[in-house]
Design a protein around this ligand. Structure first.
Ligand code: TXA
Ligand code: MG
Length: 369
């Protein structure tokens, strides 16, 4: 499992012989954790499971180690990275001028899928924050991540462990597919639980702002932070509109063209079916991401047509979130040209799912009324 890697974004490259270890989250091998903690302290890269998605970790105090993350991912240097900590107590090593509200939220939601953007502590490597004066920080809720953070004894910068603009990894295999030869150690702790990334909440200004909806629903935040706002263009505009500049970043995107439908369920299913038939008529291979009941009726409709690949995502929002990125990767591996999918509302995890789908569709939504 080794390769020489030349990174396209920067002239430097990071080469590693990747070692993959299976770790049982309920009976963690402390020797393996100690080995990986040493690698992190020495400036290496370790990919590990969290409750959301797999992270690609490096010492957040070491600028060169952080540089290796950007290099391994092919990530632009202007996209800042989340710092992970082992306990609420470590927050003061990472951030300064911490508002009481942040402490309250940390007590309430950590460990868990909430990332807080705060004023950055001077000891944090400047490239983690893409030279901003803020830092994003969270305490993950996963025994492997916590064991590693506690043993390493340093804050760990960790973006999702995918190549830039690929769907986030929810299994160790996804990490290996993207980063073999670019990371020293991958810990396999099984598929991740939540499947979409953490909610990013900016508390560094006067107005609390959700920058990215994620594992902690907006409704849950509002109970503690009634004035929190989340205002992307896709919540205010309907129809087939291109989204704002941030949304045009082709994030979380499979290689296939994603057609995202929205509207009344029965009508949407009919339009998806018509679109599928039309694309098949053009000779395309197509993929469909759908909840279990709809996946079943699409399967019955297309029977054993080898040009149609259908992924059943589950029957409720947590299951759909957990299977979304894996579904996109599965359809990419099946070499479909187009993926058809629809939204699942904006309530609870539905908002984070919608956000990832809009990005995967490069901001285009086909509204069906
Ligand atoms: O669930 C997660 O958050 C996963 C796991 C591994 O913890 N991590 C993750 O990291 O999704 P990443 O790098 O893929 O996404 C980090 C997000 C980006 O949208 C980035 O722009 C934002 O957090 N972010 C990081 N630091 C920031 C800062 N100082 N100010 C504003 N946004 C920041
Ligand atoms: Mg990411």
């Amino acid at each position: 499992m080794s390769a020489v890697v030349k990174c396209g974004v920067k002239s430097m490259s990071y080469t590693a012989t990747t070692q993959l270890f299976r770790l049982d989250p309920v009976d963690i091998d402390v020797h393996l954790i100690a080995l990986a903690a040493d690698i992190l302290r020495g400036g290496g890269l370790v990919a590990f499971p969290t409750e959301t998605v797999y992270g690609l970790g490096a010492n957040a105090l070491d600028e060169q180690a952080v540089e290796r993350i950007f290099s391994a991912k092919g990530r632009p240097a202007n996209d800042p990275i989340i710092v992970h900590i082992a306990s609420q107590l470590q927050l003061t090593d990472v951030a300064e001028a911490i508002p009481d509200k942040a402490l309250e939220l940390a007590v309430k939601f950590w460990p868990g899928p909430l990332t807080l953007v705060l004023k950055k502590h001077r000891q944090i490597a400047p490239n983690i924050s893409a030279q901003r004066d803020t830092v994003a920080v969270r305490m993950p809720d996963h025994p492997v991540a916590l064991a590693l953070l506690m043993t390493a004894g340093i804050p760990i910068g960790a973006p999702s462990a995918n190549r830039f603009a690929r769907p986030s990894p929810t299994s160790a295999q996804h990490v290996l597919d993207d980063l073999d030869g670019r990371v020293d150690v991958i810990f396999d702790g099984g598929p991740t639980d939540i499947g979409v990334e953490s909610t990013v909440l900016d508390l560094s200004g006067a107005q609390p702002l959700v920058l990215r909806p994620g594992g902690v629903p907006l409704e849950a935040l509002r109970r503690f932070l009634p004035d929190v706002e989340f205002r992307p263009q896709y919540l205010t505009e309907a129809a087939e509109t291109p989204a704002g500049p941030g949304m045009l970043l082709k994030h979380y995107a499979p290689s296939a063209d994603v057609r995202l439908f929205n509207g009344d369920k029965a009508r949407v299913m009919q339009v998806m079916l018509d679109t599928a038939l039309h694309l098949l008529g053009e000779g395309q291979r197509i993929g469909i991401l759908a909840p279990d009941d709809e996946a079943l009726s699409f399967s019955e409709r297309f029977e054993l047509d080898p040009r149609v690949r259908i992924v059943a995502l589950g029957s409720d929002l947590p299951q759909i979130a957990a299977h979304l990125f894996a579904g996109m990767r599965e359809l990419d591996n099946a070499s479909v040209a187009t993926i058809l999918v629809h939204g699942f509302g904006l309530e609870g995890l539905g908002l984070a799912i919608w956000d990832r789908l809009v990005r995967a569709a490069s901001g285009r939504v086909i509204q069906v009324d």
